[in-house]
Design a protein around this ligand. Sequence first.
Ligand code: TYD
Ligand code: MG
Length: 469
Amino acid sequence: MPARGKMGGVPAVRSVYVCQQCGAESPKWSGQCPSCEAWNTLVETVTIRQPASPAARARGRGAVAVGPGVISPISEVQSAETGRLPTGIGEVDRVLGGGFVPGSIVLFGGDPGIGKSTLLLQLAARLAAAGHPTLYVTGEESAAQVRGRAERVDGVVPNLGLVATNELETAVGAIGGAAPSLAVVDSVQTMTSAELAGPAGSVGQVREVATRLAELAKAGRTCVALVGHVTKEGTVAGPRTLEHLVDAVIYLEGERLGSTRLVRGAKNRFGSTDEVGVLEMRGDGLVEVPDASRFFLESEQPPVAGSAVTIAVEGTRPLAVEIQALVAPSGAGAPRRATTGIDVNRVLMLIAVLARHAGLNLTGHDVYVNVAGGLRIEEPSADLAVAAALASSLRERPIRSGTALAGELSLAGRIRPSPRIERRLAEARRLGFTHLVTGASSRHGGTGGDGALHVTDIRSALREVLAAD
Ligand code: TYD
Ligand code: MG
């Protein structure tokens, strides 16, 4: 057999420089990442790989004869959905797509302190109490600390095991040995593999931890739930370094000081990513919010100036959401525009549309827009409610009582009807709104057969919803 060069037979030690920001690898160090151009983000990462077996090398060249055993008729392949494990917390199951899928790996991301450890401990305890053995690997806190939290959240149950370790190999051994239904690894940033030289939390380590745990999950029926802190840039351990390694990415979001927590899917191989779950952080852990749609309605009747309600649709769920605007004369200098829960650029556009097409000039005013309850709204259908809230605040007149709004505004001041209007309408009715103002399409005009009030442009919409003095 001819010599295979210096790689043959001995483990290959390779040193690469991995950008902690984007995960790109470079063979040599430089001050700036050649890929994402971030500064001082390259960290040396040493990898030790065992040489590939001759069979693997042959596979690499794509020429292995396979027997009929390799090919399975699709009708005989078991669906990954088989044996889904509902956690019993409906708001989380909704986002997962019905529960954990055996043999999968799910990443739970979120800011430090948002409640990831609490949620995962609760999920592990629920499943354990239902007779599915679970394992909680803690690299961040001691076993005693986790026990303390378990007491608060009613999580001291049989079938729930704890492992306190920072070593990936120990975690993998424990999970592989116990083969639980669910294994929580808290967190990906605190586990290190002895095979890599980088520090805990570096991209190389984080990727290795996720890869090994993904392999472990795929090899059996254990579902691995991996906890990850979000970095300053807003993603788990550097953009996109982990997302492609896992089956689903679930974010836990919310205002740090408020008690609402939103569970949102960013990727899900086994379900939709539009669903959102609503939880509330209490003294005894995270609890489901009974009527989530009502939850984002802050004000009580009678309506106040500057507040408007939209019916948003997140996934399959309609949510009534209150938009609050405050318009106040600004002092010297450029007026302030600040938002929470909605893109400030969208609001700037709406301010321009109001000026041009509704005769409402806000150039001398500071503008603040807030989405109640800590929700973040992305869909343009909220435009109409935002514009109405701004107009209502400026005119100091409340929106007509019992009115909700849903429609996208065009730069020409026209209102486009919202998609899934029937759903929004049904939800508005259920919550006691008597009017839903939306855009007009060719099918509808005025009070169409569907019961919504279809209006063509922003000027007429404001005439409709701003109560006369
Ligand atoms: P934690 O789950 O430790 O957050 P993370 O793992 O995302 O860093 O939760 C931290 C916060 O939650 C902490 O400020 C205390 C609060 N908390 C409650 O309000 N109620 C509870 O029952 C628990 C366990 C925590
Ligand atoms: Mg934690």
